[in-house]
Ligand binder design. Structure first.
Ligand SMILES: O=C(O)[C@H](O)COP(=O)(O)O
Length: 233
């Protein structure tokens, strides 16, 4: 039986990645380097003969633009793209917009590492007035105000992502569709934890680089626990 492959990819470097700022749900653009990474990811997938049937991404433009670039390189711009807030980056709460180094000076490296890498630590909640604009953003109209995240741990990110995985993405894979998911550092860490059954320490150490495809094999109705990064030889 032919192996079906699932490809996950983190968006290319964003302008705030470059500035070392917490981003979360802030909708920032790709940096010039990120635009290059997105194109290169598409070229690499093409070189390795990847084609897809359906694509999933978040409602944040750094992921959407990365996906568009990849599909342009693959000459598959016509593919269906399904967008959901459930694939968004983890909501970084009140840290959003702040420089990572300055937050280390304020709270200490250990606390900041917990917020960034542990499974359960929840960053400080975003203040009500700062969250006001996203509560009224049209793209979140189906997310009732009370369900709007104010800060998410990796655990909470996984919890909001999983229903979408179960109801939409996984059924497509079971139907033998070739699925491409373009998302974010932490929404993908959460998904990889789930698919590869990583423990909290393993996910603590997991870093997902920008613009590097992650490949999972799907056989006999289940995923191989192991994944690989697709890289240029
Ligand atoms: O939202 C962010 O700041 C980045 O996309 C990822 O953050 P991290 O490097 O702390 O995981």
């Amino acid at each position: 039986m032919k192996t079906n492959k699932l490809v996950l990819i983190r968006h290319g470097e964003s302008k705030w990645n470059k500035l070392n700022q917490f981003t979360g749900w802030t909708d920032v653009n790709l940096s010039n380097q990120g635009i290059k990474e997105a194109k290169l990811a598409g070229k690499l997938l093409k070189k390795n003969n990847f084609l897809f049937d359906v694509c999933y991404t978040s409602v944040l433009k750094r992921a959407i633009y990365t996906l568009w670039s990849i599909l342009t390189e693959l000459e598959q711009c016509w593919l269906p793209i399904k967008k959901t807030w459930r694939l968004n980056e983890r909501h970084y709460g009140d840290l959003q917009g702040l420089n990572k180094e300055s937050i280390i000076s304020k709270y200490g490296a250990d606390q900041v590492t917990q917020w960034r890498r542990s499974f359960t630590a929840i960053p400080p909640k975003i203040q009500k007035d700062k969250n006001y604009s996203i509560c009224h953003d049209q793209r979140y109209h189906n997310l009732y105000k009370d369900n709007m995240p104010t800060a998410e741990s990796l655990e909470l990110t996984l919890k909001r992502l999983l229903p979408y995985w179960e109801d939409h993405i996984f059924p497509d894979i079971k139907k033998k569709k070739r699925v491409l998911v373009v998302a974010h550092g932490n929404s993908l860490r959460a998904l990889v934890k789930y698919l590869s059954n990583l423990n909290n320490q393993e996910v603590f150490n997991l870093h997902i680089p920008t613009g590097v495809p992650i490949i999972y094999n799907f056989n006999n109705n289940k995923f191989s626990i192991k994944y690989s990064f697709l890289k240029n030889e």
